[in-house]
Write a protein that binds this ligand. Structure first.
Ligand code: CAA
Length: 391
């Protein structure tokens, strides 16, 4: 499939590029040092329509397609990967789940403030003993009249500390496996909801990651998302879209690392010439650019399938798998090309290298993506080969 972006997609990309490189980039290194949550920038992003990009206008969003969204997200990631992951979870997972599975009341109540960034959303699936295997989660939700009583703990929750609203999964029926899992929309002020341990991380330091605890947390029935037993499907569908978002973050950070490497090698002189003149270095840069382009095409291809309303689970996993592994190779090479300067915080490649490390882990490890892809290959071989080869 050859991608010719529409005028509107190019316009969105240019607008976000300008904003990102002027506003977001200015304080990215400082945010990485201080771990300051980017509230001010998120509010500006809300004003620009970046916090509800794929939400229809009637609910306060921009009504943009997934391709435009991935282009915008990559531009934000180019400047600050911490800001990008907050934007990604908020748009791809939280807003999209409410849009797809919410009642009319839930959409009207929650989407507008999410789109304007009045509050930021989080998604709580993972638990201390249930990461790659979310069906084994143990958080429980017991119906009591017009409420559910939620008990348990969630782990590694992106934006958990700063989120105003969290989509939480819990078991409503212990005996039903994945069909016993239900999703709930929980407001941070709900009694029994509390923030637990906050993680100290290698990268993405301006995006908080924490435990969330539920101690007899009372959630009204009208805040159940979907029906009882829909929770696993809601989570899996949300992650399909989320994984395209991680591919976009990977593309953005990799582009930033490649650009930094090109700039540095053009300026650095050794053995009497710019090091960009050495063939060994040029070939390294050529490989980086090629891998990045391949990842960008996979990202766009998965986004295009989603926009066409076709199945895109396998393509989202392929884009996430390849792009997240690509950005780890590219940031490592960009650091190498900087020599000793790449290892110190004066140069941004050090941050890019640290930020990219988690991309092969969150929203499903590379190993889980391979499970998803292999399942699709063995179940329906044509689904992948024809979609990839067709124009
Ligand atoms: N869309 C819709 N439904 C889906 C689906 C999808 N993509 N994938 C599976 N399902 C459905 C199946 O159809 C099946 O339903 P039926 O029984 O009705 O047919 C059901 O779900 C169970 O499917 P599987 O038997 O394939 O499920 P499984 O238990 O073997 O797990 C898995 C599959 C792919 C390994 C899945 O558990 C998985 O993706 N694990 C990784 C979880 C993950 O990514 N966690 C990241 C945490 S979130 C995060 O990181 C966010 C953040 O803060 C940044």
């Amino acid at each position: 499939m050859l991608f010719e972006l529409t005028d509107e997609q190019v316009m969105i990309q240019s607008m976000v590029r300008e904003f990102s490189r002027k506003v977001i980039a200015a304080t990215a290194a400082e945010r990485d040092r201080t771990r300051q949550f980017p509230w001010e920038n998120l509010k500006k992003m809300g004003e620009l329509g970046l916090m509800g990009m794929m939400v229809p206008l009637q609910y306060g969003g921009e009504g943009a397609d997934t391709i435009s969204y991935t282009l915008a997200l990559a531009e934000i990631a180019y400047s600050c990967a911490s800001t990008a992951v907050i934007m990604s979870v908020h748009n791809s997972i939280v807003c999209q789940s409410i849009l797809r599975y919410g009642t009319e009341e839930q959409k009207t109540k929650y989407l507008k403030p999410l789109c304007s960034a009045e509050f930021i959303g989080a998604f709580a699936l993972t638990e201390p003993h249930a990461g790659s295997d979310p069906v084994s989660q143990s958080t429980s939700a017991t119906r009591n009249g017009n409420f559910y009583v939620i008990n348990g703990s969630k782990r590694f929750i992106t934006t958990g500390k700063n989120a105003g609203l969290v989509i939480v999964t819990a078991k409503t029926d212990e005996t039903e496996g994945h069909k016993g899992i239900t999703a709930f929309i929980i407001n941070k002020n709900t009694p029994g909801y509390s923030i637990g341990r906050i993680e100290d991380k290698l990268g993405l330091r301006a995006s908080d990651t924490c435990d969330l605890n539920f101690d007899n947390c009372l959630v009204p029935v009208e805040d159940r998302l979907g029906k009882e037993g829909d929770g696993f499907r809601i989570a899996m569908t949300a992650l399909d879209g989320g994984r395209i978002g991680i591919a976009a973050q990977s593309v953005g950070v990799a582009q930033a690392a490649l650009d930094a490497a090109v700039k540095y090698t053009r300026e650095r002189e050794q053995f009497g010439q710019k090091i960009s003149k050495f063939q060994g270095i040029r070939w390294m840069v050529a490989d980086m650019a090629t891998e990045l382009e391949a990842a960008r095409q996979l990202m766009l291809s998965a986004a295009a399938l989603k926009d066409k309303g076709e199945k895109y689970t396998a393509q989202a996993s392929m884009a996430k798998l390849f792009a997240s592994e690509m950005v780890n190779r590219i940031t490592a090479k960009a650091l190498q090309l900087h020599g000793g300067y790449g290892f110190i915080s004066d140069y941004a490649v050090e941050r890019f290298f640290r930020d990219a490390r988690v991309f092969t882990i969150y929203e499903g490890t590379s190993e889980i993506q391979r499970v998803v892809i292999a399942n699709h290959v063995f179940k329906d071989k044509r689904q992948i080969s024809t979609k990839t080869l067709e124009g």
